[in-house]
Design a protein around this ligand. Structure first.
Ligand code: DQA
Length: 155
């Protein structure tokens, strides 16, 4: 089985998971979630590459590197991204993902459609291969499973 490389991107404030608004985001830390993804990746034959930043430009830079055109990083097959608050605002992250041509799944811990109206809009959603929201830390695992299947069985 071919080993896939999947980049897991976490946007601003997700470094605070575990203590940040547990009613919305649960009690798992970011390290817990990354560890669970690595373990699931081992089962699926996927190398997991986690990345978190509170800065929009750093997220854009990391997406650009994922194409493998830059010398400091290898080609990435797919991206699981929780853009956090940038979901609702960032044309720059949308443009970087579109330019990369790398398939991606948008993930949210909370069900953004059940929350404030400003969270209902996503700048990425129509360009995503899929979206998963509302399952807490499991949202990431479901996204990884979905993206893995999609990459292995393109229609
Ligand atoms: C979030 C939802 C966003 O609206 C919020 O800004 C976040 C986290 C989620 O995972 O539920 O930071 O993306």
């Amino acid at each position: 089985m071919k080993k896939l490389r999947i980049l897991i991107m976490h946007g601003p404030n997700l470094n605070l998971l575990g203590t940040r608004e547990p009613g919305h985001y649960g009690t798992a830390t970011l390290a817990d979630i990354n560890q669970q993804l690595i373990e699931l990746g081992d089962q699926l034959g996927v190398e997991i590459i986690p990345f978190q930043s509170n800065h929009e430009g750093e997220l854009v830079d990391r997406i650009q590197q994922a194409t493998g055109s830059s010398s400091d990083s290898g080609q990435i097959d797919g991206i699981v991204i929780n853009p956090a608050a940038y979901t609702h605002t960032s044309i720059a992250i949308r443009d970087a993902l579109l330019a990369s041509h790398i398939p991606f799944v948008e993930v949210h811990l909370s069900n953004i459609h059940r929350r404030e109206e400003f969270r209902h809009r996503s700048m990425l959603v129509d360009a995503a291969s899929g979206v998963i929201a509302g399952f807490g830390a499991s949202s990431y695992m479901l996204a990884l499973r979905g993206l893995n299947e999609l990459l292995r069985n393109p229609s």
